[in-house]
Unconditional design. Structure first.
Lengths: 130, 96
């Protein structure tokens, strides 16, 4: 069985407001669907408590920060997914088009390379060979 | 936080449906809600809540259908798989 992690609503509010401010100041948009977004923020806080870092709530983290560095929010794939799909993988961040209501978000394909083909794995293999 | 695994009962029990999800994923939450709203009987597994051998086994089961090991992954009759929150595809595969 798994441990029960309880995140207080005040903690969700605090991170939600911080992310919203940070997004605005860096030219990004948080998903305007507040219920959806607060759910993701709660997931980030659960992952922070579980793993020690805020990995993407919609991806299975390994618990090894080095292995998961590409999926620590904001993930390495955010910008390209925003450009192609109007939202990042979990849809915490959305494009201007989505914000203006000109495009709808959807569940998008996973762009992260499968295990064994990730950039950090390739560099580790390269180092081992040399 | 949801239960780690279990079965949701429903009148649509024509298929053997397994939902693999993450407890923190909102697309997974929506997919499960959709299955429940449609009255589909399904087994569910929250892979992030599993530990050790049980988690490894669940990951391998997902990998058989979805090499990206992404969530939600819904496997129907051990024959078809729907990846992501795709209600039209689920309706088609489950005959809803």
């Amino acid at each position: 069985m798994s441990e029960e992690i309880v995140i207080l609503p005040e903690k969700v509010d605090k991170l939600y407001e911080t992310l919203k401010r940070w997004a605005k100041s860096t030219g990004y948009n948080l998903n305007p669907d507040e219920e959806f977004t607060r759910g993701l923020v709660e997931g980030l806080l659960i992952n922070r408590q579980r793993y020690g870092y805020q990995s993407c709530p919609c991806r299975l983290a390994s618990g090894d920060k080095q292995k998961d560095k590409d999926i620590i929010c904001p993930c390495d794939y955010r910008d390209v997914d925003l450009a192609d799909w109007g939202a990042c993988y979990c849809a915490l961040y959305v494009s201007d088009e989505v914000l203006r209501g000109e495009r709808e978000i959807q569940s998008i394909p996973e762009r992260r390379p499968p295990e064994g083909r990730r950039s950090w794995e390739r560099s580790a293999q390269h180092e081992q060979r040399n | 936080m949801p239960e780690v695994k279990g079965t949701v009962r429903g009148p649509h029990d024509e298929h053997h449906t397994i939902f693999y999800g993450l407890s923190t994923c909102i697309w997974c939450r929506r997919t499960r809600q959709f299955l429940e709203d449609q009255g589909v009987k399904f087994d569910f597994v929250y892979v992030d809540l599993l530990k050790g051998q049980e988690r490894e086994e669940a990951v391998e089961q997902v990998r058989c259908w979805n090499s990206a090991i992404s969530f939600p992954t819904v496997v129907v009759d051990d024959e078809q798989c729907v990846i992501g929150y795709k209600t039209d595809k689920l309706k088609e595969v489950l005959g809803l």
